[in-house]
Design a protein around this ligand. Structure first.
Ligand code: TYD
Ligand code: MG
Length: 457
């Protein structure tokens, strides 16, 4: 008989305490610490037999097939395959997180249907919706004829039993992990202990059968996959599905990926018939651009291997506050402060008494330092009231000395800009291949001070 221990677990971050606390010391969340009973040995069965077993080690170089790519099942949805690295790896577990209503269930139903139509066994387990509701959604998506196996179950033992009968499924979708519970632990469904134990059981199922398992996870208000961060450590890949309600497109990004890249993004558009792949994201992000307005610059960025053009918008206005406002959407506020400081120190701009707002159009989040130059150009343009040349793109990192530093993959960025009808680029000096094939007129600037000249000209 397993020993029962009362423990107190933060439902937000999974921190464990031996007594109740009003505020979690680990993540700072209030009222998130809840009493749970945990078995002293959560995996009593396997643990008991483990004692009598002997460990084995394997010589790494002798492992058959270890040098090969892992076997994958492509999802038949190009943008999803791009993010996973070419499809679902057999026996791997992927956690997909995103805000409610973002389209997780929709996308996974589309992927399930595509795989099932290709002849694979696919199971879609919904713990949130009844089978009828899931079917209704499939009907709306025009996928009601796909031979996907649907079940409305929340008990992990039942699910594993169902999936273990007959042909091994290629894919099992668990929507969502927070609704699952296992008999192995006493805690209520949705608690950290339950979610962790359920995930563990499903991961064991995936590893032993070779079924790729997708766990859907809810996201908390601060953007973390809810409650158990621990699940993120247990799975092979964590994918976040982002977007906001004001825009109809959605961006998928791998936060962690044991079998593929983490810098690729997948771009989708929510339509009346589910999520459609966006083949040319740059065109989408530049849609509705006001070329005559001061304060907007087009950044030629890279997301993984794919170039992406986005509009950087800045608004610089005299402040009526003692401490001027600085607000950023879609970019790192610390980088904005840095660019502003460099513009003041090395380009002679006076921004100290101005409110500054910076926005990446379309709800995209940019992490590349290469966006510095585009942000700086947008700021200079807004301050001076002069619009930037409508046919120019910008990229380059700005150093604290004011130097404009080279960034990677300049030719790819320029080629994408040329493809979308731009005719010039403001870039760092020495982009590598000088005579690049893009045909773009490259204006190389060595120093941030030269930008002001370029913009005013
Ligand atoms: P859903 O997949 O249920 O979101 P999640 O599982 O992430 O909570 O998506 C629900 C939203 O998607 C809902 O607001 C309606 C919208 N939607 C469409 O716009 N078109 C469609 O074809 C479908 C099925 C949903
Ligand atoms: Mg859902």
């Amino acid at each position: 008989m397993a020993k029962r221990n009362a423990v107190f677990i933060c439902q937000n971050c999974g921190a464990v305490y031996n007594r109740w606390k009003g505020k979690c010391e680990a993540c700072g969340e209030w009222n998130s610490v809840v009493e749970e009973t945990s078995d002293a040995t959560p995996m009593a069965g396997p643990a008991a037999t483990r004692l009598s077993r002997k460990g084995r080690v394997f010589p790494m170089e002798g492992l058959a097939g270890s040098s090969k790519e892992p076997p994958r099942t492509p999802a038949q949805i190009g943008e999803l395959d791009r993010v996973t690295g070419g499809g679902f790896v057999k026996g791997s577990v992927i956690l997909i997180g995103g805000d409610p209503g973002i389209g997780k269930s929709t996308l996974l139903m589309q992927a399930s249907a595509a795989l099932a139509k290709a002849g694979e066994r696919v199971a879609y387990i919904s713990g949130e919706e009844a089978v009828g509701q899931v079917r209704l959604r499939a009907e709306r998506l025009g996928l009601a004829d796909a031979p996907v196996e649907l079940a409305a179950q929340t008990n992990v033992e039942d699910i594993v039993a169902t999936l273990s009968q007959g042909r091994t499924p290629a894919l099992a979708v668990i929507d969502s992990i927070q609704t699952m519970w296992t008999e192995a632990v006493d805690s209520a469904p949705g608690t950290v202990t339950q979610v962790r134990a359920s995930a563990q059981a499903l991961i064991r199922f995936a590893k032993t059968t070779g079924t790729a398992v997708i766990l859907v996870g809810h996201v908390t208000k601060d953007g973390q996959i809810a409650g158990p961060r621990v699940v993120e450590h247990m799975v092979d890949a964590v994918i976040s599905f982002e977007g906001d309600n004001a825009h109809h497109f959605r961006i998928m990004r791998a936060v962690k990926n044991r079998f593929g890249p983490t810098d690729e993004i997948g771009v989708f558009e929510m339509t009346g018939k589910g999520l459609a792949e966006v083949g040319n994201p740059s065109a989408l992000f530049l849609e509705g651009r006001d070329v005559a307005a001061p304060g907007t610059a087009v950044f030629a960025g890279m997301e993984g291997t794919r170039p992406l053009l986005v509009e950087v918008q800045a608004l610089v206005a005299p402040s009526s506050l003692g401490t001027p406002r600085r607000a950023v959407v879609g970019w790192d506020p610390a980088r904005l402060s840095m660019v502003v400081a460099v513009l003041e120190a090395h380009a002679g701009l006076k921004l100290g008494m101005h409110d500054i707002y910076l926005n990446i159009a379309g709800g995209l989040k940019i992490t590349e330092p290469a966006a510095d130059l585009a942000a700086a150009a947008a700021l200079v343009s807004s301050l001076s009231g002069a619009p930037l040349p409508a046919d120019a793109v910008f990229f380059g990192e700005i150093g604290l000395s004011g130097a404009v530093r080279p960034v990677s993959q300049a030719p790819t960025r320029m080629k994408e800009a040329a493809k979308l009808g731009f005719s010039s680029a403001v870039t760092p000096v020495g982009r590598g291949e000088r005579g690049d094939a893009s045909g773009l007129d490259a204006r190389e600037i060595p120093h941030i001070g030269d930008l002001v000249g370029q913009v005013a000209a």
